[in-house]
Design a protein around this ligand. Structure first.
Ligand SMILES: [Zn+2]
Length: 403
């Protein structure tokens, strides 16, 4: 008789290697803890890479917005630019409008219009239209670890990313108590929110990590009651840096007097300005202005290809200007004021580096986010397979409840 095993993969958004080292977390339970290289971009680039083992230039997800006026779903937003700024700048108003646009288009993924000006929205397409955790969720049809689980009929439980941490942990514990699942993917995103709001040195960060420590101990104890072998893996997508400088990149470019949509287009993410050049003279002038700025640099083709952020169709920009760690585009098309903590800097900077930890000794630990997939796949084979049952997509998607 083979032993009953559980592999529990826990994703903790923004729990970087530096933050991990500054706090006490499962110290006596972990047998593996090491830095994990991240990739360029935000969670919308990192998370698809984790669940597919592919880089953005393969799975097609890099940033939420790309210049594509012919396919923009935001045409109806143009009239909203006529409303006074006192209304359109309000976060609550923009969240309601996000919900409305999402419903109108039937999008199932994470959707937010953020701070993108309403008169610019109709020039952009949105990249995460579908729930990436569901079958067919990736833009280029890249299969995920969850497709592998479904195909192999392995009983698993996947958290609902729309729900809060208390709910997701309670849900996982209930599944573990039943003892049917062989594989779990627990999704926890609130530490990221705490550090964006308060920075990495806030006491709330330590409190949150202590809370995780406590919750994971209970989870482990419970799992060990119901399984012969339990291996807990904890990993993140990136770290977090404290913001030390606000940079008005938007004004630097606006001052050139070029026409948005005729000469160029730009998307101002929090730490990256992405530019599409619509004529040669605009390209020359924008590149020259960017080279004068001391708070960032234009990424080279070599860097972009090394990070898998080179796209043949230049969908995410003809040029990307990346800010130095700690610098923030303020206001950007993401935030209109200062934000104390931010990520999305050079992946090799110490504040960017992610975490990989486990209660198991891991022979060949993953080096970068895209290596996690092979480890997860090996665990699926070890815990769940091989299974003789015929393929049945409906029963295989055991317990993922969509909200
Ligand atoms: Zn974040």
């Amino acid at each position: 008789m083979s032993s009953k095993q559980l592999a529990l993969f826990t994703f903790v958004d923004a729990f970087g290697w530096r933050i991990f080292q500054e706090h006490s977390f499962l110290a006596d339970r972990l047998r593996t803890a090491q830095p994990l290289e991240t990739i360029l971009g935000y969670s919308c680039a990192c998370d698809p890479t984790i669940i597919t083992g592919q880089l953005p230039n393969v799975h097609g997800h890099f940033s939420f917005f790309c210049y594509d006026p012919d396919n923009s779903p935001f045409g109806t937003c143009r009239w909203l630019s006529l409303l006074p700024q006192t209304i359109t700048k309000r976060g609550r108003v923009r969240r309601q409008i996000s919900k409305l646009v999402q419903r109108m288009n039937g999008y199932t993924g994470y959707f937010q219009i953020y701070n993108v000006p309403f008169n610019r929205l109709p020039e952009f397409d949105y990249s995460e239209k579908r729930d990436i955790y569901q079958p067919g969720g990736l833009n280029n049809g890249t299969p995920t670890i969850f497709d592998y689980l479904r195909r192999n009929n392995v009983p698993f439980h996947l958290s609902d990313w729309r729900r809060n941490e208390q709910h997701n942990i309670a849900d996982m514990r209930a599944q573990i108590r039943q003892g049917d699942i062989r594989y779990g993917y627990l999704y926890l995103a609130e530490l990221d929110g705490v550090m964006h709001a308060d920075g990495t040195q806030s006491p709330r960060v330590g409190e949150k990590i202590a809370w995780y420590d406590n919750q994971f101990r209970q989870l482990l104890d419970e799992a060990e009651e119901h399984y012969d072998e339990v291996r807990l893996y904890v990993f993140s997508d990136h770290g977090m840096a404290d913001v030390t400088r606000n940079c008005d990149l938007v004004s630097e470019i606006d001052e050139l007097g070029l026409v948005f949509g005729r000469d160029y287009a730009a998307m101002y993410d929090s730490t990256m300005g992405r530019f599409w050049f619509l004529n040669d003279s605009a390209e020359g002038r924008i590149r020259a202005r960017l080279r004068e700025l001391d708070y960032g640099r234009i990424l080279t083709d070599d860097e972009l290809s090394q990070w898998g952020a080179d796209f043949a169709d230049r969908r995410y920009g003809d040029a990307m200007f990346l800010l130095n760690p700690g610098a923030l585009i303020t206001p950007s098309f993401m935030n209109h004021t200062h934000v104390p903590g931010m990520h999305g800097y050079d992946p090799s900077h110490e504040d960017s580096v992610a975490l990989f930890a486990s209660t198991a000794a891991v022979d060949k630990p993953p080096q970068r986010l895209d290596d996690l997939y092979d480890l997860m796949k090996a665990e699926v084979d070890r815990c769940g397979g091989p299974r003789p049952e015929p393929l049945d997509e409906t029963t295989a998607a055991l317990s993922y409840a969509t909200a």
